[in-house]
Unconditional design. Structure first.
Length: 192
């Protein structure tokens, strides 16, 4: 079961405290809270996570990082995209955890979180596996959430993510085939 893409287990066989199922092209995502020997599945909305506090924290962290003294200024500026990615992940995780009731934490109190990004070509092939593994996980917690009420939600999210991906692929293909597109290329072209 370790080779399973949605198996919620960390190294050394430990279980996470929180599992997030992110559908990158949708506003909704699932959080499975496994703290306190119970389980709870929560359908969350990105509007609740990416609120004014999120953007304020993101701006403050990026501003601090941008202005921090560095003896290698060119390397510092070149590395800013990587640092920004790290800042976004950290601030987004803090916002999600806050919405789940984890108000403050340090390295010792930080819940173990596993994040699954549910997208791409394998999405359609593995949607049943996602539901099956979530069912097994929730059944292993006494007094926990009932997967039957979430199967429809998961199926809907998988279907919506696939639809968005198909639309984006079609748009990209259409744009690539236009003559003025920078992505357009041909093996044979006669301009005479």
């Amino acid at each position: 079961m370790i080779d399973d893409p949605f198996y919620g287990q960390m190294p050394d066989g430990e279980r996470p405290d929180i599992m997030l199922y992110i559908f990158p092209h949708l506003r909704e995502f699932l959080a499975v809270d496994l703290r306190d020997d119970t389980s709870e599945v929560i359908l969350m909305n990105s509007d609740d996570v990416f609120d004014a506090d999120f953007f304020g924290g993101l701006e403050a962290e990026f501003s601090r990082t941008l202005r921090e003294g560095n003896i290698y200024p060119f390397a510092h500026v070149i590395n800013l995209p990587l640092r920004l990615e790290e800042i976004v992940r950290t601030v987004a995780m803090a916002s999600i955890l806050e919405k789940l009731g984890v108000d403050s934490f340090d390295d010792e109190d930080m819940p173990a979180v596993v994040v699954f990004i549910i997208s791409g070509g394998a999405l359609a092939m593995h949607s049943d596996k996602l539901i099956e593994n979530l069912r097994e996980l929730l059944n292993s917690y006494p007094g926990g959430a009932d997967i039957t009420q979430w199967e429809g939600v998961i199926s809907r999210l998988v279907k919506e993510e696939n639809q968005v991906l198909q639309e984006l692929s079609y748009q990209e293909l259409t744009e690539a085939l236009r003559d003025d597109s920078p992505d357009y290329f041909t093996l044979w072209e006669n301009r005479n």
